[in-house]
Design a protein around this ligand. Structure first.
Ligand SMILES: [Fe+2]
Length: 208
């Protein structure tokens, strides 16, 4: 009969068996920041910034997912271009999600991560599970951008006021600029433009 090996230094049993199904108390609660960080930013500042950033994170994750939903479910004659455009915007929003979440962690906070927590937090209107027509998809996405653009400007100004230049830079250079640009790309699809035949001037107008 084989005997179990004993580590003579620690007296622990050496065992190749993975230790599965482990649980333990959290190491940091949501809504808190680490006390001491060498960032020259006071704890109350980091607390306020991480709270704003988590709201922005929840909305950005939601908008990213709304883009994927639109990418999968789009229909009609503009299917191909919108299918590709929605996916491109989704990828760009994904990069913002990572930047915002990592900013929260860098400030000593705790990032939201899971879908259920995001759903409870976001201010973007929940769409139905089923498919919707293109103008509705575009309108929902633009509304989502509007929610983000509104709050990110407030966040940027507050960050500058509190001396958190890193958060201000992220808010303006990455989040605001990306959302403004994507809003423009979507909005141009909602202009009622003839596809084949230019609109003729109405009778009785034009040069005499
Ligand atoms: Fe895809």
């Amino acid at each position: 009969m084989a005997t179990k090996q004993i580590d003579t230094r620690t007296n622990h049993r050496i065992n190749a068996q993975p230790r599965l199904h482990q649980r333990a108390p959290e190491i940091q609660s949501y809504g808190t920041v680490n006390h001491a960080l060498p960032l020259e930013l006071e704890e109350p500042v980091r607390l306020e910034m991480t709270e704003h950033l988590n709201q922005l994170l929840a909305d950005t994750i939601t908008l990213r997912d709304l883009y994927k939903k639109s990418h999968w479910q789009v229909a009609g004659p503009t299917f191909y271009q919108l299918h590709l455009l929605f996916d491109k915007h989704s990828s760009e929003q994904s990069e913002l999600v990572d930047s915002i979440a990592e900013r929260i962690q860098a400030l000593g906070g705790v990032s939201l991560a899971m879908a259920a927590d995001v759903a409870e937090t976001t201010r973007i209107e929940r769409p139905p599970r089923g498919r919707e027509e293109v103008p509705v998809q575009l309108s929902r996405l633009i509304d989502g951008h509007q929610v983000i653009v509104r709050q990110v400007r407030i966040l940027a100004r507050r960050a500058a006021q509190l001396g958190d230049d890193g958060t201000n830079d992220l808010a303006v250079s990455e989040v605001l600029r990306t959302n403004e640009l994507q809003t423009w790309f979507l909005s141009e699809h909602l202009v009622n433009m003839p596809l084949v035949k230019a609109e003729e001037p109405a009778v009785g107008t034009g040069a005499a």
